[in-house]
Design a binder for this molecule. Structure first.
Ligand SMILES: N[C@@H](CCC(=O)N[C@@H](CS)C(=O)NCC(=O)O)C(=O)O
Length: 221
């Protein structure tokens, strides 16, 4: 990696957090471009020239620009053959991608439905959708909790991209569920540690990896 990696991100993006986690876990330096969505920085011409979707994360490596957090992880993994976060064997690759696809196709849409009204307002009008999303997330987390009954990491015995992709989402849901306005809805998601004890242990295991805590969104600290 002769050229510096540059990461464009905003505080509080679980998708950008995935990339920061992978880089921190593997002690890779990068140039950090922290943008401010509230100031419209994602939609300014200068940034749109790099990412026409006006979203983060965006990785710049020399002339190469990559958006989509999972694509960025694939790129970083292939640059660093020692990582192998997408698995070494055919079986490992399949299980890791199975987990990632389920997270992207099932958990992410419910997460958006759940956290947006809690963090950005409009909860009063969206209570039913939020309650339904929480019910679906509870089913998903119960399933993940079950997977972790007989394996250390989500896709097997090694930490993989499946864990990196999933971790920030769980942290976001837990944080949103703990907000006062969410608690009033009596959602079936808390207390996290009691409802999903294996998931809680897994969260803690990730947090014990050196560097991980430094990746917490700045406004959480
Ligand atoms: N599927 C994308 C999702 C990226 C995404 O939704 N990013 C949000 C932040 S969490 C964003 O940039 N939103 C700004 C906007 O839509 O204006 C990925 O995995 O990178």
């Amino acid at each position: 990696m002769n050229q510096k990696l540059e990461l464009f991100w905003i505080s509080g993006s679980p998708f950008a957090w995935r990339v920061q986690l992978a880089l921190a876990i593997h002690h890779v330096d990068y140039v950090s471009h922290l943008l401010d969505a509230a100031k419209g920085e994602l939609k300014q011409a200068e940034y749109l020239a790099l990412n026409p979707r006006g979203k983060v994360p965006l990785l710049k490596h020399g002339e190469l620009l990559i958006r989509e957090s999972v694509a960025i992880l694939v790129y970083l993994d292939s640059l660093n053959p020692k990582w192998q976060i997408f698995g070494a064997t055919s079986q490992d690759k399949a299980i890791i991608w199975q987990q990632i696809c389920e997270v992207e196709n099932i958990i992410v849409p419910y997460l958006r439905q759940f956290v947006r009204p809690i963090f950005f307002g409009g909860l009063e009008d969206k209570k039913l959708e939020v309650i339904e999303a929480a019910r679906q997330l509870n089913d998903e987390f119960t399933l993940l909790n079950g997977f972790l009954a007989d394996r250390s990491w989500l896709a097997g015995d090694q930490l993989s991209a499946a864990d990196i992709v999933t971790y920030p989402l769980l942290k976001f849901v837990e944080r949103a569920a703990n907000k006062e306005q969410a608690k009033e809805l009596n959602l079936d998601l808390l207390p996290f540690a009691e409802k999903y004890p294996n998931l809680e242990k897994w969260l803690q295991k990730i947090e014990e990896i050196p560097g991980v805590r430094d990746t917490y969104p700045p406004y959480w600290r």
